[in-house]
Design a protein around this ligand. Structure first.
Ligand SMILES: Nc1ncnc2c1ncn2[C@@H]1O[C@H](COP(=O)(O)OP(=O)(O)OP(=O)(O)O)[C@@H](O)[C@H]1O
Ligand SMILES: [Mg+2]
Length: 267
């Protein structure tokens, strides 16, 4: 199979290799590395999840990929965040421990083949669709969890913003001046984002300044779909009301197993 003809698996329009340059400029400096057919199969096999979906006869060694990764990573002396254009391998123990950070090609390959169900799934659908997957190495940025927000855009309207780590109470985010600054800077960023984002409905993650008012950086975009975590909103309840939601001290989170969703309960 070759990747000559480009097919688009579901949601591929959100993957980094398909971002227009204006959108990429709102995010971290990064280098993309397209994978050839044999590298895709070799990564899938080495990853060890759903190995039967990858073909050992098509898989070559990964020396050339490692060299290309080394060359790319050299541009980022403080290390890189490693992911596919689609998703990161943050679901593995190694991904969790390292935060998906690598300093050379070998570490990057190890991360991408550390038994990730996400990587297995994404490589598999790429092969099925005859789609060429990409690896991205992105400038490492030390992120404080209370500066990450998930934003929901529908029909090019900002219909909600939630703290990304939605199960943690951050006292700082409940300070009125911080909330005001956040509201204002998110609105300002959204004007830019909605201009450059090629998709009308999307879930996008951002890093805000520590005081809420500094420059906002786009982390990535995700499908506007219940498969994307809704954080402090609910796909079931459709409670996207334009608010910026942070966990308040007097709220606790309850889990509803029948709908597999969480909701906030004031106590
Ligand atoms: N450049 C970076 N430097 C350091 N940490 C990062 C960087 N980019 C992302 N991260 C961290 O890794 C997390 C996951 O990254 P990212 O959103 O790119 O991958 P993902 O697998 O698509 O995640 P999600 O499940 O949130 O959609 C981010 O929420 C952030 O905490
Ligand atoms: Mg994502």
């Amino acid at each position: 199979m070759s990747f000559n003809e480009k097919h688009w698996p579901e949601f591929a329009e959100t993957w980094i290799e398909n971002w227009p340059s204006g959108l990429a400029k709102l995010s971290y400096p990064q280098i993309g590395i397209p994978l050839n057919d044999s590298e895709t199969h070799a990564l899938g096999l080495l990853n060890g999840i759903h190995s039967h979906c990858f073909n050992a006869n098509l898989a070559n060694n990964l020396d050339s990929l490692e060299k290309r990764l080394n060359r790319a990573i050299q541009h980022f002396p403080d290390g890189v965040f490693v992911r596919l254009g689609s998703r990161s391998p943050k679901d593995t123990l190694q991904g969790m421990i390292t935060g998906c950070k690598a300093f050379d090609g070998q570490q990057a390959i190890r991360l991408l083949t550390s038994g990730s169900s996400r990587i297995a799934y994404d490589l598999r659908i790429a092969i099925k669709a005859n789609y060429q997957p990409w690896i991205f190495v992105r400038q490492w940025k030390e992120l404080s969890p209370d500066t990450e927000f998930r934003c929901f855009m529908q029909h090019r309207q900002l219909i909600g913003v939630s703290q990304y780590f939605h199960k943690t109470y951050f006292p700082r985010l409940n300070q009125e001046p911080i909330r005001e600054a956040l509201n204002e800077s998110l609105q300002r960023f959204f004007t830019l984002f909605s201009k450059y984002c090629p998709i009308d409905d999307v879930v996008f993650d951002v890093e805000t300044g520590y005081e809420g008012d500094a420059k906002i950086t786009l982390i990535e975009i995700n499908p506007f779909h219940p498969l994307t975590e809704a954080c402090l909103f609910s796909w079931d309840n459709k409670d996207f009301d334009g608010s910026v939601r942070v966990l308040e001290k007097y709220c606790h989170i309850e889990y509803n197993p029948s709908s597999n969703s969480i909701f906030l309960k004031k106590v």
